[in-house]
Design a binder for this molecule. Sequence first.
Ligand SMILES: *Cc1c(COP(=O)(O)O)cnc(C)c1O
Length: 385
Amino acid sequence: MIPYGKQNINEDDIQAVVKVLRSDFLTQGPVVPAFEAAVAEYCKAGFAVAVNSATSALHVACLALEVGPGDWVWTSPNTFAASANCALYCGAKVDFVDIDPATYNLDVACLTQKLAEAEELGRLPKVVIPVHFGGLSCDMAPIRELSRRYGFKIIEDASHGIGGRYRNRSIGCCEYSDITVFSFHPVKIITTGEGGMALTNDAGLAKRMARLRSHGITREPSEMTHAPDGPWYYQQIELGFNYRMTDVQAALGLSQLRRLDKFIERRHELAECYRQQLKGLPLTWQMENCHSALHLFVIRLQTEHCGISRLDLFNALRDAGIGVNVHYIPVHLQPYYRGLGFKLGDFPEAERYYRESITLPLFPDLTKNDIARVVGALAKCIHLP
Ligand SMILES: *Cc1c(COP(=O)(O)O)cnc(C)c1O
């Protein structure tokens, strides 16, 4: 079975991990700060805080921005549940903004309209979490403008996005946001096994997120309620977690980061190959209005012209050994979110997109032969009228 995504691990990665295993520190050693510094430098962000997943990064990001009971957090329905769950962890309420049918990202026009309505109702969001679907940046400049006008903060969920660009800057530079979050899960662009990172240009937010990742404990005398009892002394000054990344993971991440640009280049080469071969079939793909990290290659079927349903096509491709997938089931339609009051029809563009989309395999080690096989299987199933 050709999977839809797969990590690329080479001998350098293995040696980097082995080196840490032979060293004094498996965690809380020098490699995590080195990985943080390298990602911050790559993205040209001021600060980076490594954690054990993007989910944890989203959680500490919300807490650092003081999200709590009574607050609203808005995100896209076309995302993984973690983008919304982070607000619920903090006791806040979640709402969604429908997507643009061409970019599959949060629609700035919908956001603009929803903000005007929310202002009337006195329920403006404290934080908006745009998700860079498939590694394609949302249109951040107008979202930043709206955040100034309505006073909300921005967390970019760039779990798909490391290596992507927007207006000639790297995703993660935080020029248009307060915090940007990356995921290093193996299906994402680079991996640490499990892992995530939060980037920011705000020293205070960075310090707060670093503290929350390790129990809310500080060793800085200036943050303590009284002078330290001695050199061993620390204080827990708020309620944090153990969300730390290990040095073993960071070593893998640091080694992977060296190949990041190559990975993105390869993803673009393969996506272009798909686009060439898919021409003429009754389907569309994500409009790229900036340099995507291309985490996903999704086709959107013009189902009325395909002569086969999405379900039957999906099953036929799986039967042909092609590990297609679907990204995403709209979050608001998950039973847990329906239990909060959301229902079918709330976000029609995300729902229509969901009914029509299939994610094709895309990862650096995919070959052009594999692509020919995928497209061949697709073309065989689609019956042009
Ligand atoms: C993968 C993913 C996450 C969660 O990442 P983890 O590192 O697995 O916690 C969050 N948001 C989006 C959009 C994702 O794709």
